[in-house]
Design a protein around this ligand. Structure first.
Ligand code: ADP
Ligand code: MG
Length: 260
């Protein structure tokens, strides 16, 4: 089967720093793939190249076999690649359901719909998406008053409004309490599995990674040093050396230390 995403010899330098150095991997349909690594490893740089925010110095990115290297973010998004951000992006002045409606309007390109009409546009579909993430009872609340975990679920609903086949999630559980993280990731994994959406995510919390990823890749100083099933990664001595540093990094991350 053609991989959903293929990355070949992807590199990006900033001056003398090789932020991403000859990275190659495939993402299979329906796979939940985690990209982990210490601070400064190159995770965000890699992500930004996949979404078209940053030009690679070398290498290729293919989406279902079609090269997308150097394409603009909007175009890649139109091809069915969704993204969620470390800093949650919602319109605070709008209600929960309006945020999802906006995402649907954008997806169907009805941006010129007159406003009174827009308030009803795709409301039923938006409510279905809110039900999917368990937020239908909060539909008419303003985003400004939502708890952080609810904002994260809303962000997931707006990403789903675009009907992506691939979702790139940059630290989906950043800033959440440990129990909340597991809950959000469980919900996310269930929805994505049931819809057959493939996912590449970066994540700090190793409990989340080991509980939900199908496969884990480890980036260190721009290079992929390991790529395999969860159990293999957990036992890999190179990973333990780079990543666990005798266990202290693990502990710090579980406590919620932050990525840059
Ligand atoms: P991670 O997300 O794994 O923490 P990053 O991709 O943010 O790592 O950074 C990888 C390396 O590239 C770091 O050394 C960082 O300082 C450097 N870097 C990232 N973005 C830029 C930039 N825009 N200009 C210069 N250096 C950068
Ligand atoms: Mg980062």
């Amino acid at each position: 089967m053609t991989p959903v995403l293929s990355v070949r010899n992807l590199s990006r330098s900033f001056g003398a720093i090789r932020a991403v150095d000859d990275v190659s991997f495939d993402l299979a349909p329906g796979e939940l793939l985690a990209l982990i690594g210490p601070n400064g490893a190159g995770k965000s740089t890699c992500f930004n190249m996949l979404m078209g925010q940053l030009r690679p110095s070398a290498g290729k990115v293919l989406l279902k076999g079609q090269e997308i290297t150097g394409m603009r973010p909007r175009r890649i998004w139109r091809m069915g690649v969704g993204r969620t951000f470390q800093i949650t992006a919602t319109y605070a002045s709008m209600t929960v359901v309006e945020n999802v409606q906006m995402a649907l309007i954008s997806h169907y390109r009805r941006i010129y719909a007159p406003l009174p009409y827009a308030t009803r546009l795709y409301r039923d579909e938006a409510m279905d998406l809110l039900e999917t993430v368990g937020m239908e009872d909060q539909a008419d609340r303003h985003c400004a008053v939502l708890a952080y975990g609810d904002l994260k679920r809303l962000e997931l609903a707006t990403a789903l409004a675009h009907d992506p086949f691939l979702l790139l999630m940059d630290e989906p559980t950043a800033g959440m309490a440990p129990r909340e993280r597991i809950g959000l990731m469980q919900l996310t994994a269930d929805i994505l599995n049931s819809k057959g959406i493939s996912v590449l995510f970066t994540e700090h919390d190793m409990d989340v990674v080991f509980a939900h990823a199908h496969r884990v890749m480890v980036l260190n100083r721009g290079q992929l040093i390991a790529n395999g099933p969860v159990e293999e990664i957990r036992a890999d001595p190179r990973v333990q050396e780079v990543y666990l540093g005798g266990g202290t990094v693990f502990a710090a991350q579980a406590a919620g230390a932050h990525d840059a």
